[in-house]
Every structure is written in structure tokens, then in C-alpha cells.
Design a protein around this ligand. Sequence first.
Ligand code: NA7
Length: 535
Amino acid sequence: MTEPAPSDDLLDALIIGTGVAGILQLHRLREQGRTVLAVDAAPGVGGTWNWNRYPGARVDSESYTYGYYFSEELLADWTWTEHFCSQPENEAYLNHVVDRFGLREHIRLRTAVTAATYDDGTDTWTVRFDDGTHRRARFVITAVGILSAPQYPAAPGREDFQGVSAHTARWPHEPVEVEGRRVGVIGTGSSGVQLITAIADRVGELTVFQRTPNWCPPLNNGPLTAADMTDLRGRYQEIWAACQALGSVYAAPAHPASDLSPAQRRTFFEDLLDSKRGLASLYANFVEVMVDPGLNREFAAVLADRIRARVDDPAVAERLVPRHHFGVKRPPLETGYYEVYNRDNVTLVDLLEEPIERITRTGVRTAAQDYDLDVLVYATGFDAVTGSFDRIDITGARGVSHRDVWKAGALTHVGVATPGFPNLLYVGGPQSLVGNIPRVVEHQVEFVSELVGRALDDGVRRVEVTQEAAQAWTDHVEEVVDTTLYRTGQSWMYGSNTPGKARAFGLYAGGLRAYVDRLNGIRADGYTGFVLSTS
Ligand code: NA7
């Protein structure tokens, strides 16, 4: 008898993606002794932290709230060097986790999934790769990320440009030479803000093409000493527990904003920006800031004053002051960003005044003029939330197309599965937390691992969610966000940055505790909204 070819071995699970979510999912299923393969298109593990290797890339949640918490030994032996670690440090950490837990032999890199098709007859998935091979699996678990399908401007001529060009989310492994060169950057989201700050003093000329200015609170990063790490290690459980409300170490004030006078509130806001770190401007702020337009304007006015104080040219400062409510677009966090615009070698081009007409052989043509460049960087973000799913041909039961089912926006039961796609489960996907992704992912991975483990042990052939359950969660996601100012925004969270995309909120604004309570309730009630079939 001949051995079956490896591609014919039926895996218990195939995981798409080896970022923060995929690595943890792989580890949990390996702990159960399952046959699992994780595949990734990238040349290395790390997902976001492999692809986004542009100068200045770093986390905007504290390193110690962004790492894994599943292993005491891992917490004890890893040392973070900064409050907000850089991309190389985070990539090294994720590689360390993969090696420490023996996961690398279960990972296939440089392997893009092109299609995944469910077979109703055998209740298995066939997953096809870009090298022409395939694998079959009982379960497919996507860990593809909600910010991983890079998006370029629709302006024509991108292929005409004769200089060097790169997208921040597909940054080359070999260095991109910017020293002394004329560099253009399109986009001023988190990636643009980080990159612009990192390269401004190295380039010859820097032209920043800004469409929408965003509110950028200070990151307030700093080094972590050996003593800091000893302190953190002693408080890891406390830190983890604090993160269970919002995914952050910060908590909103217990009293309402109206308890303070306007002058006291000003002092509170100034202190928030000066003495706290990272996304404290969202999480340690009054909850009403994301609900009450007046209070939001009050806080934004403090940020606006700071921009005007830091940027020498008043006309440039005005272009950098946003008009939308603070926080409805995810705020980039900055360290010296605004001072960049005081440099002689930096020009801010306001695309609201002079939109891009096309990319040319020599650079960027706007409605006003041609900008000649040696290097053109696209910091233009992602086809967010559903984009990385849409780039795979996923076909479920009875030939249903995943892309079609999500045409009007994601439709999931608690962000974990979609009706019509048995044995397809998501971690780190749509309709889960706004905020610190690893903190929600760990709960999803536990939920999915238990569900898959139970199905495999109990002879369950199909795990599906009902249309009613998915519609109810999707309605709930919209109801919750409609109580906040997010609804006033144009952001990737709504898909507004992708031309032609239906407007639907892709995350869950109800907080981590409410989300986890929902997951726990579903599990405790025997998987409400799921149908587990043994025949
Ligand atoms: P973002 O936050 O989506 O930012 C993309 C930026 O690129 C933003 O300033 C966009 O302006 C701009 N953009 C996008 N398309 C165009 C076109 N066609 N022309 C001009 N400018 C454009 O992506 P990032 O990578 O910076 O950050 C993503 C997330 O990663 C971030 O939220 C954090 O959670 C971490 P717009 O605002 O759409 O007018």
C-alpha cells in the first residue's frame, strides 16, 4: 500500500495567518495534540509585525498589554525594552514564542491561500495555495487580521512611477534608501505619522500628502529598565485583570465629566496628555467624550491648541487641525510629529485643496502642480476588516460565496462564525473589540479551541451558526455603535476609506467585558446560536 501524499492527509485544522492570533491558535490546538498547519503568505511569522517593517513602526498599546499571557514562563523570561516596543522587537518576540513552544514545524510560510472550499459530502475544507498545492482540513480557522489587506489610492499611473515606491504594509526586507532623497508620503494615519517622524531628518526633501488630518495625542514612550521589568513581572496578573474592561491598563474616571468645572476639566485633559501614555486619551478619558459632542469638542480644543503652539507657520498648523470628532478615526500617537512641519525640508500638501490627479513617471501630480520624487511611500492603509477575507475565494455549504454573504458588511455570530460556512471559525476577525487586539484574541482563541476540541472529540461533523444568531449579533454591533460618536465618522472601522464599500461598523464598541461575557454565556448555555451536527 502506498502512503498518501502529504496533501491528502486530513488535518484537524488549518489556520490561515501566523500573526498574534494565528500563533496563539496554533499553540492551543497543538497543546490538545491536534494535527494543525498554519500557513502565511509572508516570509516570516508575525503578521502585521512582519509586513509593516517601515521605519518608525511600533505598537500603540503598551508592550506588556500587547504580549501573550498564557504562559508564566514566557512572562518571566521576556524583556521589553520600551513601553511601546518597535516593530523589530515585537517581531523578535513573536518569533521567540514560536520557537519556545515548538510551533515552527507546523507553519508553512510564503504560502498564500487563494481559495477554501467546503465539501458538503465529507464535511471537510479544501484549502488551495498560490503554489498550486492544497491541504484538506476538518476546520479552517482564519487569523488573517482586520488590517492586513493593503490599499493603494485609486489615482491612475502607479505603475508609471520610475523611482522606488513601497506601501507601509508591504515594506521590503532590504532597506529602502531615503537618505538625502526626495521622498513623498501619501497618508497621515498611524503608519504615516510614525514613518514621517522617523525619516524627516534623514531625507533630502519630504513631501507629505495629507487628505484628512487626524488627532494625534502624544505617545509618551520611554525605556523600560531592569527595575521596571521586575516591577511589571510582579504585577502581570494585575495588569491583565485591568485590561479586561477596555483592553488597556487605563480606566475611565469613576465620576462624570459634569462633576468638574470647565477649568478643572481643562486641567484633567492637560494632565491626561502629559502624564499618561498611549491611548490613555481614549481609555483614561471620560466615557462621555465618545458620546457627547460638546465634551468631545472641549477635549479636541486642547489638542488643537497644542498643534497651534507647536507648529510655527499658522497656515500649516490650521491644515493639521482636524475637523472631525476626536477618536472617531483611530488616533495615531505621536512623538515629535508636529515639529516635523517646522523643518525647512518638509512640505505639507493638503489634498483637500489640491487632490491627487495621477501618479506620474517622476512623482505625484495634484490639481495644483507636479511633485518630483525619488521615493514614493503609500501609507494609505487597508481594505479593513473584511478585505483580507474578500481576497480569498471562500465557498461554503451549497456553493455559497463568502464575499457575497459579506457584501453589505460582516455578518457573524459574536465575531466567530458566519451562517452557511460550517467548520469555518474566525479569531481576530470582524465584529469584536475596538481596541487592543491581543486582549480580545486570547478569549476568542479559548472559545474556538474548546469548540473545535469538543467537536473533534465528540464526533461532531459540522459546527454552524444560525442566520438568526448572526443577524442578532450584527444588529447589536450597530445598536451599540449608534450610541457613540463613532457613527459620525468616516473611518476604516466603517469601511469608508475603501471606495464603493458598504458602510457597516466592523468592530464591537461595547467593551471587552461585555464581549467576553457574551462568549462565556454562549459556551455555558451549550453554544447558543451554534448548531453542532453529528450526522
Ligand atoms: P489608516 O489609519 O487607514 O490611514 C491611511 C491614511 O491614508 C489616511 O490618512 C487616509 O486619509 C490616507 N489615504 C487613504 N487613501 C488615500 C488616497 N486615495 N489619497 C490620499 N490619502 C489617502 O491606515 P494606517 O496604516 O495608518 O493605520 C491603520 C491602523 O493601524 C491604525 O488605525 C491603528 O489601529 C494601527 P483619509 O483619512 O482616508 O482621508
